[in-house]
Design a protein around this ligand. Structure first.
Ligand SMILES: [Zn+2]
Length: 191
């Protein structure tokens, strides 16, 4: 049953929404694409609908995801990019076919080379990761302040001071933890 699977955490940036399909990497990790069917679901809500997915294609997707995570984390920390991760991102980017098409409403839509090719969808994600990591987009790669998360996210806030990958999850949890800590230390003066 789909209801048994963890929800997706969708953001505005394709590449980091994709890396967020594995969350809490430094805590109790939550795999949000545990089956090929869930990857199909994630691709559909991300504008990259495919007909089917095999276990081998899911493995390719997860390999790309961890490579994007490794490269984005290095970029956010101003470290050298890991060579193997760069190779995987480049291979996925090169081995898929997808075309950007303009809809009559003036929006961009991805047209995959074939409806059943997960590889085509992965090439779009890899290209998105490349543009983010290469610094071509308006924003800054940063790491989530939550010690159990440390996800790489793309900060497009004006001040570039966002601390959490997601306000509704990591940010909220931090706020609640602070609240509980305050309660333990006794009544706090009204703010
Ligand atoms: Zn986080």
């Amino acid at each position: 049953m789909r209801a048994d699977y963890p929800d997706f955490r969708l953001g505005n940036v394709l590449a980091t929404s994709f890396t967020a399909t594995l969350s809490e990497r430094h805590g109790d990790a939550v795999e949000r694409i545990p089956t090929p069917r869930r990857l199909v679901d994630w691709l559909a809500v991300s504008g990259l609908a495919v007909d089917s997915c095999t276990t081998a294609q899911l493995d390719l997707a997860r390999e790309l995801r961890e490579s994007v995570h490794a490269a984005a984390t290095a970029a956010a920390s101003q470290h050298a990019l890991p060579g193997t991760a760069v190779q995987v991102i480049n291979d996925r980017s090169a081995q898929g076919r997808a075309a950007a098409v303009l809809t009559p409403e003036g929006r961009r839509h991805w047209q995959l080379g074939s409806a059943s090719r997960v590889e085509d969808a992965l090439s779009v994600i890899a290209a998105d990761a490349i543009s983010v990591i290469a610094g071509e987009r308006d924003g800054k790669l940063a790491l989530c302040a939550s010690p159990t998360c440390r996800a790489a996210f793309f900060d497009t806030s004006r001040s570039r001071t966002r601390k959490w990958c997601d306000m509704n999850t990591c940010g909220n949890r931090q706020k609640k933890a602070r609240f509980r800590a305050n309660q333990r230390t006794g009544p706090t003066p009204a703010e």
